[in-house]
Design a protein around this ligand. Structure first.
Ligand code: FAD
Length: 517
C-alpha cells in the first residue's frame, strides 16, 4: 500500500482527498520527507452515497492514481488504499492507516464537503489524534474573507462579491477601474445561433486513456455495474500537464466565442464553446488563477474579445468563489432548505433520458453519456424542469451530485438548491429562475423537431415547460407576490381568466401523472 521512501516514526499523516490533487496545496506546507507520510484512499462509500456516474468515479480515481504515482516518483511516501483493499469508508481506511503507521497528528486542507470534514473530525477524535485543518489556498477567497464580505449585508449578490474580488486581486483591472471599461459584459453573453446553427465547431482536445485510466475504467465497470452513466467519451484531463493543455486549447480555440454563445444550446453539440475545465479545477489539477490569467492575457493580446475574457473570469473568479463562500457560510442547515415546500419525486427519465421533450431528452442523454452538460442546460433545462414540477430539492441535489464529472458538494449544492431550485428562499437568486418553453425555443433548436408547442399552455400538444410554468406561478402566487422582481410575471398571470387557469391545472396534473407513471 505504501510506496516511495521508508519513513521511521511518522510525524504527520498528510491526508490528500480525491479533490485535493495539488502539490502546492496547503496540506504539503512544511512536509518533511523523513518524517511525514501522505495518505490517500479510494473508498466505495464515496461512489455510492449518491449513485455516482461511472465516468465521475473513474475521473476521480484516475486523477488520484496519477497523483499518487507522481508523488512517489518524487520520493514521497504515500500510503494508498485502492478500491480492492479492505476499507469501504474513508474513516475505516484512515483508521487502519493510523493503527499501522502511528502518526503523531493528522493534517488536511479544508475538504470540499461538510460531511467529509465531520467524518474526519470524528475519526481523529476516536483515534485520539490531533487533526489540523488548513485553509484551502487553491481558492482566492477564504471562508473568513467571505464572512467579512457578508457582514452587514442583507443580501449576498454575486455581482458585488465579484467586484470586490476584482478589486482585491487586481484581476482584469486597469488601476482602480475595471479593464474594458465595465465590470460586466453579461448583456453580450446571451447570443443564440440562429436558424443556421453554430456551423463547424472546434473539437476540444481529447486525452486518450492511458494504462492507469484503462485500469480504473475496468475497476469501475467491475465494482459498480449498476451505477448510472457510461464511458462514451472518456477523454478528460487526469493530471496537471493534461489540464494545462486543455486550458491552452480552450483559450486558443473556444474562448473567442465563449462570451457570445455562453447561454446557447444546440442539440447534439455538448461542448459548443465551453471550456470543459470545471472538473480539472475542482480536482486540483488546474489552478483557477492560471485559468483566469490565461483568459486575461488572451484579451490583452487581442486574441479574445473583452466579453469573452470577462465572461469567463466572472464564472471562475466570481461564481465559483461565491458559491463556495455560500456553502461554508450556510452549511449544514443549507442542505435541509426547502423554501417552496417542494415534495415531488424526481422523474425516472432523469436516470434514463427517455422523454418526448426534445430539449430535456438531449440534455439528459448527453449527461448520462458524458457526465457533462453546460451551465444553461443544467440551469434552464434539467434544473428548470425539476423546479417547475416541484421536485424535492434534496432529490434534485442528489441527482446533480451524482451525475456530473465535476460534482463536488461545495459547488454543486448552492448551484442546485439555491440558484436552480430557489430552495434557499433567495440567498443566491433574487427570484426563482422560471420560464416557459419559449426561453428554450429562443436559445436553441430543440423545439423545431419536438412534438410539443412552447406557445401552448393547456392543449394536447402544450409544452410541459409552458404548462408547468403557469402552474408554478399559480401554486406560488401568494408566496412570490412580495418579490418586486416577480411583478411582471405575476401581472401576466393575472391576465389569465379562471377557465384558462383551470385548463392549465388539468394539463399540469396530466403531465405529472405521465411522468410518474
Ligand atoms: P464553462 O462554461 O466553460 O465555465 C468556465 C468555468 O467557470 C467552469 O469550468 C467553472 O469552474 C466555472 N463556473 C461556471 N459557472 C459556475 C457556477 N455557476 N458555479 C461555479 N463555478 C462556475 N459546476 C461544478 O463545477 N460542479 C458542479 O457540481 C456543478 N453543479 C451545477 C448544478 C447546477 C444546477 C447548475 C445550474 C450549475 C452547476 N455548476 C457546477 C456550474 C456550471 O454549470 C459548471 O461549472 C459548468 O457547466 C462546467 O462546464 P465548463 O467547465 O465547460 O464551464
Amino acid at each position: 500500500m505504501s510506496g516511495g521512501r521508508d519513513v521511521h516514526g511518522c510525524r504527520n499523516l498528510v491526508l490528500v482527498l480525491g479533490d485535493q490533487l495539488t502539490e502546492s496545496g496547503a496540506a504539503f506546507d512544511g512536509f518533511d520527507r523523513r518524517r511525514d507520510i501522505v495518505w490517500m484512499a479510494e473508498a466505495d462509500e464515496e461512489s455510492i452515497h449518491v449513485p455516482s456516474h461511472r465516468a465521475r468515479i473513474a475521473l476521480f480515481l484516475s486523477a488520484m492514481r496519477h497523483f499518487r504515482d507522481r508523488l512517489r516518483g518524487r520520493g514521497l511516501a504515500v500510503h494508498y488504499t485502492a478500491l480492492d483493499d479492505e476499507a469501504q469508508t474513508l474513516s475505516g481506511a484512515l483508521e487502519a492507516a493510523v493503527h499501522r503507521l502511528g502518526p503523531e497528528r493528522l493534517v488536511v486542507a479544508e475538504p470540499g464537503e461538510w460531511r467529509v470534514l465531520e467524518a474526519l473530525r470524528r475519526t481523529a477524535d476516536r483515534l485520539d489524534r490531533p487533526l489540523e485543518v488548513r485553509p484551502d489556498t487553491r481558492f482566492l477567497c477564504s471562508a473568513e474573507q467571505f464572512a467579512a464580505h457578508a457582514v452587514g449585508r442583507k443580501q449576498l449578490r454575486m455581482e458585488y462579491f465579484y467586484r470586490e474580488m476584482r478589486r482585491r486581486t487586481g484581476m482584469l483591472m486597469e488601476g482602480k477601474k475595471p479593464a474594458g471599461g465595465r465590470w460586466n459584459f453579461d448583456a453580450e453573453n446571451r447570443g443564440a445561433f440562429g436558424r443556421e446553427g453554430p456551423g463547424p465547431l472546434p473539437a476540444p482536445v481529447s486525452f486518450e486513456p492511458d494504462k492507469v485510466t484503462r485500469g480504473v475504467i475496468q475497476d469501475v465497470r467491475r465494482r459498480f455495474p449498476d451505477n448510472p452513466g457510461g464511458f462514451d467519451r472518456f477523454d478528460w484531463p487526469v493530471n496537471g500537464e493534461q489540464a494545462r493543455a486543455a486550458l491552452e486549447d480552450f483559450i486558443t480555440n473556444r474562448l473567442p466565442f465563449f462570451g457570445r454563445y455562453q447561454d446557447a444550446i444546440w442539440l447534439g453539440e455538448p461542448w459548443l464553446y465551453h471550456s470543459r475545465l470545471s472538473a480539472a479545477m475542482n480536482l486540483g489539477l488546474l489552478d483557477p488563477r492560471e485559468a483566469i490569467a490565461a483568459a486575461e492575457r488572451a484579451w490583452g493580446e487581442g486574441r479574445a474579445p473583452i466579453a469573452s475574457a470577462e465572461g469567463f473570469i466572472r464564472q471562475v473568479l466570481g461564481w465559483r468563489e461565491y458559491v463556495r463562500g455560500i456553502y461554508w457560510r450556510f452549511m449544514p442547515e443549507y442542505l435541509e432548505r426547502n423554501a417552496l415546500g417542494a415534495e415531488a419525486p424526481l422523474p425516472a427519465c432523469y436516470w434514463t433520458g427517455e422523454t418526448e421533450m426534445a430539449c430535456l431528452a438531449d440534455a439528459l442523454k448527453q449527461t448520462l453519456a458524458y457526465g457533462y452538460a453546460h451551465h444553461i442546460q443544467r440551469l434552464m433545462v434539467t434544473g428548470l424542469f425539476a423546479l417547475l414540477l416541484g421536485v424535492a430539492p434534496r432529490e434534485v441535489h442528489r441527482w446533480y451530485l451524482a451525475i456530473y464529472v465535476d460534482a463536488v458538494e461545495w459547488v454543486e449544492l448552492p448551484n442546485t438548491l439555491g440558484m436552480s431550485q430557489y430552495a434557499d428562499g433567495g440567498v443566491m437568486a433574487s427570484k426563482p429562475y422560471v420560464a416557459t418553453g419559449a426561453y428554450i425555443r429562443r436559445m436553441s433548436n430543440a423545439c423545431r423537431g419536438c412534438r410539443f408547442d412552447p406557445g401552448d399552455a393547456a392543449g394536447p400538444d402544450a409544452c410541459p415547460y409552458t404548462t408547468l410554468y403557469w402552474d408554478f406561478l399559480m401554486r406560488h402566487e401568494k408566496r412570490l407576490a412580495g418579490n418586486p422582481r416577480m411583478g411582471l410575471q405575476l401581472r401576466n398571470l393575472g391576465r389569465k381568466d379562471t377557465a384558462e387557469g383551470k385548463a392549465i391545472r388539468r394539463r399540469a396534473a396530466r403531465v405529472r401523472s405521465t411522468l410518474t407513471a
